[in-house]
Design a protein around this ligand. Structure first.
Ligand code: GAR
Length: 197
């Protein structure tokens, strides 16, 4: 049976577009909803242009009350009856109650070679450490921030003169290859990691 995928974004949504455009033909999943916590996020218009229903759950009116924000997010998500949630540049930390609810059904893409550099400023931290390579990781989401089982990774060489910006620009196209490849496997029930290139 075709799996229903909801994609959560906060920004430009380029990974969301890559995922959505991959879910055609014999793909075992289809996009059913794109949700943003940021009103006006660039990805919302892109999702609408692709014909995907969109929703906004702005976190700001909830202040520090993460439970109330997530209750509203859950209500919006449940209405779309998703089988899988894909976090794609969704920049909110999730509570253990939320991650438990979606355990085994929620993926994230993170711009580092996990377990290195959980959290923010990943490319700057890889450069500061003098690493020879950087990359991106798709993983299952658990209550541990950027800590769930790894489902795929793409590696790029760090070149002399790289900045966080040049590195991000070189890694992003790999994100757009890796995430769809992992989702296709995952939606088919195969959790074997994808290694790229
Ligand atoms: C991507 O690089 C993604 O890996 C990163 O945000 C960017 C979103 O871009 N995610 C995180 O940093 C999660 N902690 P996009 O909106 O164009 O897909």
């Amino acid at each position: 049976m075709t799996k229903r995928v909801a994609i959560l974004i906060s920004g430009s949504g380029s990974n969301m577009v890559a995922l959505a455009e991959s879910m055609t033909g014999d793909h075992p999943a289809r996009p059913v909803l794109v949700v943003s916590n940021v009103p006006g996020a660039g990805g919302l218009a892109k999702a609408a242009a692709l014909g995907i229903p969109t929703a906004v759950v702005d976190h700001r009116p909830f202040g520090a009350d993460r439970d109330a924000f997530e209750a509203e997010l859950t209500r919006v998500l449940e209405a779309a009856e998703p089988d899988i949630l894909c976090l794609a540049g969704f920049m909110r930390i999730l509570t253990p109650a939320f991650t438990a609810r979606w355990a085994g059904r929620m993926l994230n893409i993170h711009p580092s070679l996990l377990p290195k550099y959980r959290g923010l400023n990943t490319h700057a931290r890889a450069l500061a450490a003098g690493d020879a390579e950087a990359g991106c990781t798709v993983h299952e989401v658990t209550e541990e921030l950027d800590g769930g089982p790894i489902l795929g990774q793409a590696r790029v060489k760090i070149e002399p003169g790289d900045t966080p910006e040049t590195l991000a620009a070189r890694i992003l196209p790999w994100e757009h290859k890796l995430y769809p490849a992992v989702l296709r496997r995952y939606a088919a029930g195969d959790r074997t990691p994808v290694w790229m290139p």
